[in-house]
Design a protein around this ligand. Structure first.
Ligand SMILES: Cc1cc2nc3c(=O)[nH]c(=O)nc-3n(C[C@H](O)[C@H](O)[C@H](O)COP(=O)(O)OP(=O)(O)OC[C@H]3O[C@@H](n4cnc5c(N)ncnc54)[C@H](O)[C@@H]3O)c2cc1C
Length: 453
């Protein structure tokens, strides 16, 4: 089939010219995503319009050519990697961006970069909160397909909380209009498509609701000599019903990597850092309460910043984390678990225990407000092959997460890398329902084959 794919696609060249690429070596980025799994696509095609997406999908359906939709390729689980050597259909060129301030609605093409929507909304004093740490690269289409979370999601919710309508093309080439694009609907079809990881349809337009830009309070940075104390602060803030806009955790090793990558702080050795942002009319009270809780749990450095430019310097340490941790090792195997925030101290302690027990460096950071922790197993230059130990460590991490009532995929989806763990988290009935939905949208299994199930 794979050689045939190229000859089958040739007739499209007359229509798409340079936007259909067969010499895919020239575009190495399209063979991978942030998971670093690398599989060369047979061809890459860039659609400019929704009509072209329909045309391409119809063409591929008739010839049984597998398709992988792609945004910016920042996914962490191999979702955009063409494992079955098919066609990569890039939606990056679909960049419609229209804000209707009086209705507080944004209409976006799937290729809009997340931060561009946020900036466009801000011009009207409006706010689009779901801000994955990759927001200056990731696309809205990818955010919808992964139901991306982000720093502001504890207080303001994740992508699905803002999508009020989708247009999407199924594997049968049918254009679905859902939510505010539909005249009427009984089932929440947009709800099914959000988080479906490119397995059900190509998202071609997204309507999002926007909220009033909240009043800014302060940014707080708190450092700790004991990572469990930092996690206790998270539990107590949550228990007392204080809801900061952002509550981020990073352990000492992650913070050191970030500060080494770009020196943003005069940072002495620390075991953990928490970063908060407070917003809303009671922001000052929230700030005071959070700082008091940090002191109670023996925070060693405590900074409160209201100047936006100076606060931005503090946020850089968080925004740089993923790249910085990656740069500190030959390979970063990143897991994305989440537990109820009240159980975070136990998870943080467990990660520290794993780090002490195993011969590889293990560090962690994440959106603590959601109990989300990205746990990284780091392969370093010149060290023996510890892949068996890493595999065992990951399995123990998963067992612990599930025992704490958590999930194995906080926000990065299933894709390829989490596929094998699906039966551990979902019961047979839920898995069966998801497979049945896949069958309805994509009976020939042409969309993103090899992923999730
Ligand atoms: C530094 C860094 C930080 C990150 N931080 C976060 C974070 O804080 N929160 C978070 O949730 N994630 C985070 N991520 C993961 C990633 O950025 C998100 O999953 C993001 O939503 C992916 O968007 P993308 O455009 O890169 O999608 P891609 O990687 O291109 O694709 C991801 C999946 O979506 C599908 N897809 C893409 N576009 C469409 C479309 N138009 N229609 C249908 N399916 C489509 C693809 O087939 C694939 O399965 C981070 C990644 C990096 C590298």
């Amino acid at each position: 089939m794979t050689e045939k794919v190229v000859s089958l696609l040739k007739p499209l060249q007359a229509r798409f010219g340079g936007r259909l690429i067969f010499e895919t070596d020239r575009f190495p980025d399209y063979a991978r995503d942030a998971s670093e799994i690398n599989v060369k696509p047979k061809a890459i095609i860039f659609a400019d319009t929704e009509e072209e997406v329909i045309e391409i999908i119809n063409f591929c359906r008739d010839r049984k050519i597998p398709m992988v939709f792609r945004g910016a390729g920042t996914g962490y689980t191999g979702g955009a990697v063409p494992v079955e050597n098919g066609l990569v259909l890039s939606l990056e060129h679909l960049k419609k961006l229209e804000i209707i301030p009086e209705k507080r609605i944004g209409y976006c093409g799937p290729g809009v970069i997340t931060i561009d929507l946020m900036k466009a909304a801000e011009k009207h004093r409006l706010f689009y909160p779901p801000d994955p740490a990759s927001y200056d690269e990731s696309t809205l289409g990818g955010n919808v397909a992964e139901c991306a979370g982000g720093l502001h999601c504890k207080k303001y919710g994740v992508t699905k909380d803002y999508v009020i309508g989708l247009k999407a093309v199924t594997a049968e080439g049918e254009l679905l209009k859902t939510g505010i694009y539909a005249d009427n609907e009984l089932f929440d079809i947009a709800g099914v498509l959000i988080g479906s990881e490119g397995l059900l349809a190509a998202v071609t337009e997204i309507a999002v609701s926007l909220i009033e830009l909240p009043e800014k309070g302060a940014t707080i940075l708190a450092a700790f000599d004991d990572s469990e104390n930092a996690a206790r602060v998270v539990s107590e803030v949550t228990r007392r019903g204080i809801v900061p806009a952002v509550m981020e955790y990073m352990d000492g090793d992650s913070a050191a990597c970030s500060n080494q990558y770009e020196k943003t702080l005069e940072l002495e050795k620390t075991e953990a850092i928490l970063l908060f942002e407070t917003t809303g009319i009671d922001a000052d009270k929230q700030t005071d309460d959070i700082m008091a809780i940090c002191r109670k749990h023996r925070s060693t450095i405590l900074k409160r910043e209201t100047d936006e430019e100076k606060a931005e310097t503090l946020w850089k340490i968080r925004r740089n984390l993923s790249k910085a941790v990656k740069a500190s090792a030959v390979q970063k195997i990143s897991e994305d678990v989440a537990v109820p925030p009240s159980r975070l101290p136990e998870l943080v302690a467990f990660v520290a225990q794993l780090d002490a027990e195993y011969p590889v460096r293990i560090n962690a950071y994440g959106h603590a407000g959601d109990g989300n922790l990205h746990v990284n197993f780091l392969v370093e230059a010149g060290k023996p092959d510890y892949s068996k130990e890493i595999e065992e460590g990951i399995n123990r991490l998963f067992d612990k997460t599930l025992a704490l009532g958590g999930t194995l995929t906080g926000e990065h989806g299933i894709g390829l890398t989490k596929r094998q763990f699906l039966p551990r988290e979902f019961d047979a009935a839920t898995l069966g329902a998801m497979k049945a939905i896949k069958e309805v949208f994509d009976p020939q299994k042409l969309l993103n084959p090899g992923k999730m199930f």
